[in-house]
Each structure stands twice: as C-alpha cells, then as structure tokens.
Design a protein around this ligand. Structure first.
Ligand code: IMP
Length: 420
C-alpha cells in the first residue's frame, strides 16, 4: 500500500495535518520536493509544530522519514527541527537523507537578495531558487559530498570562483572562503551525517516488500515549476509527475493519490489569483482561517474556491481521491461563491492557463451556493454536517470528478471524517 499526499492549490492546503494523520499507519514517509520554504502545520499530542524539512513519519516510532533527492536541504534548519522534535517526542527520529539531495548554502540566500529575485517573486527568501539553479547548472553541493570533504571542497572552490567573477562589487561574496564554508557545514551537519545514504535504494526495497510507503508533497500544484502559474512558482516539481524522478523510481506504483485542498483559496507571495477577495471578506477569511505563513509569517491573500484551478490540479496529479480542509472557516456565511469558469478575451473558458500573465487577465465566473450557519468543528459524523455543506461537497465532486474521501473541520487530528 502506498499513498501520495499532494497539494492542489498554491500551498498551505493543510497537507501537514493529513500527512501526520495518515503517517500513523506508514512504515516509511518520503518527502519528495522543496526545502525549508515549506511549512507543514501539525498538532501532535496537543502540541503545535510547523515542520519545514522533516517528513511527518518522524512523529511515530518505527517509521523511517526519508528526505529524498528532489529536496534541497538547509542543515542548520534540519538540525534545529530534529532537536526540537527529539525533545518533544522523547526519542530521536530516524532519518534517511538522500546523498544526491542538494544543500542550501549561505550564499544561496544572499543571492536571492543580491539578484532581487526574492523580492520580485515574493519568495520565502530561503535560497530555494538559487539552490535549484545551481543543481541544474551543475554547480551544486550535494548532501553526500559532506562524506567526502575533498570532493565538497573542489565543488565549492569552482562555485566560488564563478560567484566572485560575477559579483566583483559585492563584499559578502568576495569574502566567501571555501574552507570556512565547508567547515561550517560539517560542524552543523555533524549529528546528521550518519543519516546520509541511498534513498532510492531504500524506497525501492520498501515498495518491493509491500511496505506502507507514504509520499509527502510540499507546496501545491499551482506552484509547480513546469505546470504551475509560471513564473510565480517555486523551483521544484510539486506534482505527482515529479515524484518518480525525485525518488529515482520509474513509474512508482502509488495506490492512493490524495489531493488536498482548502474550502477556499489562499496565496502568499506575488502572482495572479483570479478569485482573490478584499476588504472585510478578506479580513474575515484570514483571521478565522489563521492565514499567515508558517515559514515567513506573511499574511496570505484570500479568495473563493476556484474549481477551474482545482480540476486542473486534480487531473495533473491523477488524483484518486480528495481531502477538503478548513470547512469550519466558512461557517456563518449566508452564501458562498465558487468559480466555475473564467472570462478571458470576452469568452468563457474552463481551461486553466499555463502562464501567469494570461491567468492575470482571467475574470472569475461564479456560482453562488447556500452557506451554513452552524459551527461544525466538533462534528465527527458526516451525517451531522449541514445539508448545504454536503451540497457544496457534491458540487465540487461533480465538477472535479474525483471523490472527496476526507473531510476536515478543524486543525486537530480528531476533527477529520474519513469517508473510505
Ligand atoms: P520559493 O519557493 O521560496 O522560491 O517561493 C516561490 C513562491 O512559492 C512564493 O510565492 C512563495 O510564497 C511560494 N511558496 C513556497 N513554498 C510555499 C509553501 O510551502 N506554502 C505556500 N507558498 C509557498
């Protein structure tokens, strides 16, 4: 049995809660993309965590947490997160860090500032794009290089020679020294070095043995570097198509592909957002939904559910089922809007455009449905949910053509109704 948990919007869909819940049954949990730009909110035994790098398997003894090769790792963040979790749990979570994952070096964060790309694209300023750029440009430092410091030093010296040539007037770049950078990485990563290994082999063996392997996605489909609202995207493959490449396994047999989405939409950073709302409505969604970034604390833009985008994202991921989260945030609205199509160039379309500039020109065409007044966060039985809420769910299923298998009505693990 294997499951992939995938975000279907612009991230922040509530994947953390769903993964944490389902990871209880897993033998292995594999994070397959991104880095500390992600922030997965988890409530474990009453304590709230925002995890950035460590997969949710870490919360369960005996479950191996794998950081696979599609990821980019900041060892300072990883070490701190691992120490925090160890303290909370009373044991040290077992990790496997792919030797071919890339390391976020301090200069990657500096580059986002120097180039101005962080500001322009409203990124998380965690050095994500420069690290993935170096990976593709063959100038990256990989996790496994730390086990061969002479190799790491060689790579670093080459990278620094290019950097210094390109930034002659930037003292923060000119002052970089390969040996000190390496020393710093080795010292920070020291307790985690025994976890470095061949993740592809381990995942392959676990899958071949029929173990329960769960794949934890980060960010969402609309932020996918190839299939999202480019260029206002992250720098990794956030969708199922990228999973096989990231873990190094051809055509991975994943039985369940669960797409997670919020009952409304949010976006953080720059980029188009057709169903965005403003004023009191925005304030209400943001405050009730606690819509502030887990990684950066930035307020998220809020808007109505966009079914054009959702259908696109579910189809892109080949979702077998959906999980809807944060329905409790919509309690008390007389009416709820859902976007069924866009008006583009004077015509109605239900196709999600692949360019941010075209998406910017799309006007949402809404259907208005009845809301519900009841507070629902204590409901645990689907039969007790308001009729108009169930009609909202049926409407989504009829448009997206994928069953909603999980209904979440609050942040706690218990506030979840499993329909399968
Ligand atoms: P980057 O991933 O830091 O390069 O940021 C690129 C875009 O993706 C920005 O709009 C970020 O706000 C957004 N982003 C990256 N990670 C997340 C996430 O985990 N949740 C929501 N948005 C994210």
């Amino acid at each position: 049995m294997s499951t992939a948990i995938l975000g279907l919007q612009w991230g922040d869909e509530g994947k953390g809660k769903i993964t944490h819940l389902l990871a209880k049954e897993a033998d292995m949990v594999v994070r397959f993309n991104g880095g500390p730009n992600a922030g997965h909110t988890v409530i474990d035994r009453g304590v709230k965590f925002g995890t950035h790098l460590i997969p949710a398997g870490a919360f369960y003894p005996g479950t191996l947490s794998v950081l696979s090769s599609g990821m980019v790792i900041n060892f300072a963040v990883l070490r701190e997160e691992w120490a925090l979790l160890s303290e909370h749990l009373g044991w040290q979570p077992q990790l496997l860090i792919a030797e071919n994952a890339h390391i976020i070096m301090p200069y990657h964060r500096q580059l986002e500032e120097l180039e101005g790309s962080g500001k322009h694209f409203g990124t998380t300023r965690r050095g994500i794009a420069p690290t993935y750029s170096d990976k593709t440009a063959k100038l990256g430092i990989r996790v496994g290089d730390l086990l061969y410091p002479d190799v790491a030093l060689q790579r670093l010296e080459l990278k620094l020679s290019f950097l210094k040539r390109d930034w002659p007037d930037a003292p923060e770049i000119q002052n970089l020294d390969a040996r000190s950078l390496l020393e710093e990485q080795l010292t920070t990563a020291e307790p985690l070095l025994p976890f470095i290994g061949d993740a592809t082999e381990a995942i392959g063996l676990a899958m071949a043995a029929g173990k329960n392997v769960m794949f934890e996605g980060a960010q969402g489909a609309l932020l996918d570097v190839d299939h999202g609202s480019y260029p206002f995207v992250t720098s990794s493959s956030t969708t199922f198509a990228g999973l096989g490449n990231s873990i190094g396994i051809p055509n991975p047999q994943v039985d369940r592909r669960l797409g997670v989405f919020k009952a409304y939409m949010t976006r953080v950073g720059a980029g188009p957002f057709p169903t965005i709302v403003s004023g009191a409505l925005e304030e209400r969604l943001r405050t009730t939904g606690g819509e502030f970034g887990v990684t950066t604390g930035r307020p998220r833009e809020c808007g109505w559910l966009d079914l054009v985008a959702l259908r696109y994202a579910a189809s892109l991921n080949g979702c077998s089922g959906l999980a809807i989260t944060k329905l409790d945030v919509l309690s008390g609205f007389d009416e709820i809007k859902v976007c069924q199509s866009y008006r583009l160039n004077g015509q109605s379309t239900d196709k999600f455009p692949l360019s941010a500039e075209v998406l910017e020109r799309c006007e949402p065409e809404y259907e208005t449905v009845a809301g519900w007044s009841e507070k629902i966060s204590q409901i645990r039985d689907e039969a007790e949910l308001p009729k108009s809420l169930m009609a909202f769910i049926e409407l989504i299923e009829s448009v997206v053509k994928v069953p909603i298998e999980v209904i979440s009505v609050g942040p706690e693990p218990e506030a979840t109704m499993m329909r399968v």
